[in-house]
Design a protein around this ligand. Sequence first.
Ligand code: NCD
Length: 312
Amino acid sequence: MSNAGCSLLDTSSLETADLRSLFHRANVLRSEFERLGSLPSRDPLCTERLIALLFFEPSTRTRLSFEIAAARLGIRTVVLESTANSSMSKGETRVDTLLNVLAMRPDALVIRYGIDEDLNRVLPSLKIPVISGGTASLAHPSQGLLDAMTIEREFGSAEGKKVLFIGDLRHSRVFASNYDVLIKLGAEIGVCGPDFLKPETQQFPKIKNFSEIDEAVRWADVACALRIQFERLSIETERSIDREVFHTQYGITLARLKKMSAHAIVMHPGPIHHGVEMESTVLQDARSRVMEQVTNGVFLRAALLERAFSVQ
Ligand code: NCD
């Protein structure tokens, strides 16, 4: 039996109704946890399950929040992180590593990896649910979902909301997944950043392009700053970026916050490069929802894990 139906390698298969039901469940879990400090309504199908988390790229929030979500649901986890502490340091491929982990019979998989055509080919045919924890520059479904959930909690609905992404749009899997989810929810998407970090317009046809950040933040209900993905740039491109100049031209600063409308909020998926895409003090500002995103991430991922096991 294939479990492709409950796998989540990107958000393309999710319809608006699926998004709403995931947010609803995540909100129920969050309020239950806030009331009781535990999740008694958790899906009994999760108990005694075991998931393997394979993180072939670094992670803090995504990995830990999947682990915490799993623990709150009574799901056990095993984690293989980084290539340095595994047989990949001896030359084993990622696909061979994956096949060996699968031979140990976990019930589901969460995987983060960079460019890897072999993994791209193998993952969709797995017999157990597999959730992407971030795929190269292509997709980061759980982040796109938790960001949209944060926007919906703030405004009631993302429909008609103007969501601005600033910085490295070209290499950001966070932007790619947010775009897909937010367009389905009826939001408008704006982008602002240097030309060489702008997204491919044919891939993201419905974006409003801003060349000037002050005009962009005035337009936005939500401003989401994105880190420059230095690890995905060539050494020459990386060297050509002056972080101070970038901050002056595209950084979210307190001065720019003041230009936003009164109800507007600021987001960032983390990790933050302070003084580059965001001024440190913005994090403490009442408009920042950065930690709110992190909290929502746990409950959204819990809803995804429940979905993975309940659809089978
Ligand atoms: C992002 C990622 O890994 O894509 N972080 C995250 O998962 N919260 C963003 C980034 O690395 O810039």
